[in-house]
Design a protein around this ligand. Structure first.
Ligand SMILES: Nc1ncnc2c1ncn2[C@@H]1O[C@H](COP(=O)(O)OP(=O)(O)OP(=O)(O)O)[C@@H](O)[C@H]1O
Ligand SMILES: [Mg+2]
Length: 422
């Protein structure tokens, strides 16, 4: 005889007969054991009649199997995966990821009421192009944490009924990412990429922001996102193709965390003008031909001003649904150098080695590529493109040629050149 866990009842190890006097004994069983246990409980004897089997929802098992990793460890794992710099943003997002998982565990495993817990986390990432906003989400939720997650380019979506992808199909994708398990999908993460491109034609953003804004559909999509970001239930089509007519499922978004990413080009200048105007009582026009820098540094105070977002072309109530606004910095020289050496050059070297060549890139070339990349203001993206262009011809001439040797990258007349030595 052994004790039935959590109760005083005794259970026979041989015939599984309970000696309990209580009217009902609850058993938790997984899908496989449930079948087997049903067989046992049907075998004669009135004592067995009181046994009730509760099938543990799959989601509880999935949440239970999620590893709980400390925010500090998540920060380090991002570094191990190749993420560099952005310490402030990385700390905030590592903590957010930890809290998201802890919150799910408290709800599903410890059966805590959501009212007693903090609400889900919707974060907005703002920073110049190529500085690691989307990359952080990719690494964190695809490589480190095993949560259902999707990254959607919001520019391809439109308001329901308009041409373009229906906004609600964002959640269809999340259900697919959760292998069709709706409840598991409702524990996931949605990353809305290119969020800044939803700014409407009401936008006052001028300069480099001009021309990047959308019109009617932008506002329609914003309204639909508003519903989604709130803790409501959304009717989600199960098929992307026939979203208006096909089968739908009600998906609660109360536990889904939304992360939005955007470069918000022109935002800084707008923020400056707003603050200047309110101080002086005057509208200040930009100087003709003014071009805002692309790789700008956003201050926390600037991006927390919802009024500036409103002028940029956003519904203030949509921005109000974000718990935290996280500025991402333009990548500095040291960080770019580290990304170039650890992530970019190493991959090229591995590829060339596989083709029979040793690729040699010395420090002066590394510094040259980094300085060119800073001038381009395209963040870490520039590193890869500079090197890809430089190595194209030599790779074309020598790959799969049966030759072997050393390939040197050098600087000549302010240009990168390649030399091969057999
Ligand atoms: N902090 C970083 N550490 C390591 N690699 C980085 C970092 N930032 C960017 N990269 C590299 O540059 C690529 C582009 O970065 P990412 O897609 O995150 O840019 P982004 O900030 O989302 O820009 P955009 O606003 O244009 O979408 C990444 O795929 C990655 O290879
Ligand atoms: Mg991006």
């Amino acid at each position: 005889m052994s004790k039935f866990p959590g109760t005083d009842e005794q259970v026979c190890s041989f015939c599984h007969e309970y000696t309990a006097s209580s009217s009902e004994i609850k058993l938790i069983a997984c899908d496989r054991c449930e079948e087997a246990l049903r067989g046992i409980t049907k075998v004669g004897g009135t004592k067995h009649k009181s046994v009730k089997i509760i099938t543990e929802p799959k989601v509880v098992k999935k949440v239970a199997s999620l590893p709980l990793i400390s925010p500090r460890k998540i920060f380090e794992l991002l570094e191990k995966q190749g993420y560099r710099g952005q310490d402030v943003a990385r700390k905030a997002v590592s903590l957010m990821a930890y809290r998201h998982i802890k919150r799910l565990k408290r709800i599903y495993m410890h059966k805590m009421d959501r009212k007693a817990l903090s609400s889900k986390f919707n974060y907005l990432f703002i920073g110049p192009t190529g500085c690691g906003k989307t990359y952080m989400v990719e690494l964190l939720f695809n490589k480190i944490l095993r949560l259902p997650n999707i990254i959607v380019d919001i520019t391809t979506f439109s308001e329901t009924g308009y041409i373009g992808e229906d906004v609600t199909t964002i959640l269809t994708r999340l259900i697919n990412a959760a292998d069709g398990d709706h409840q598991w999908a409702s524990c996931g993460i949605v990353c809305i990429d290119e969020f800044d491109k939803l700014a409407t034609s009401r936008s006052n953003a001028r300069f480099s922001g001009e021309g990047t804004t959308k019109d009617v559909s932008g506002l329609g999509v914003q309204r639909e996102l508003l519903k989604m970001l709130e803790s409501t239930e959304i009717l989600v089509p199960l098929d992307y193709g026939y979203s208006a007519y096909g089968e739908k499922v009600a998906l609660p978004t109360v536990d889904i965390s939304f992360l939005a990413c955007g470069a918000f080009s022109g935002f800084k200048e707008l923020s400056f003008l707003k603050s200047d105007t309110s101080k002086m009582g005057l509208i200040k026009a930009p100087k003709p031909g003014f071009k805002e820098k692309i790789a700008v540094m956003f201050e926390e105070t600037e991006i927390e001003n919802i009024e500036v977002f409103q002028s940029y072309g956003f519904l203030p109530e949509l921005l109000g649904r974000f718990t935290r606004f996280i500025p991402f910095e333009p990548l500095d020289e040291k960080t770019l150098k580290s990304i170039l050496q650890d992530n970019v050059i190493s991959k090229f070297q591995e590829e060339f080695f596989d083709e029979g060549f040793e690729l040699i890139i010395k420090d002066d070339v590394i510094d040259y590529i980094v300085s060119k990349s800073i001038k381009r203001q395209t963040g870490a993206r520039g590193l890869n493109s500079i090197l890809t262009k430089c190595l194209e011809e030599i790779a074309y001439d020598n790959f799969f040629s049966g030759k072997q040797g050393k390939i040197y990258v050098r600087i000549e007349d302010d240009k990168l050149v390649t030399k091969i030595k057999a």
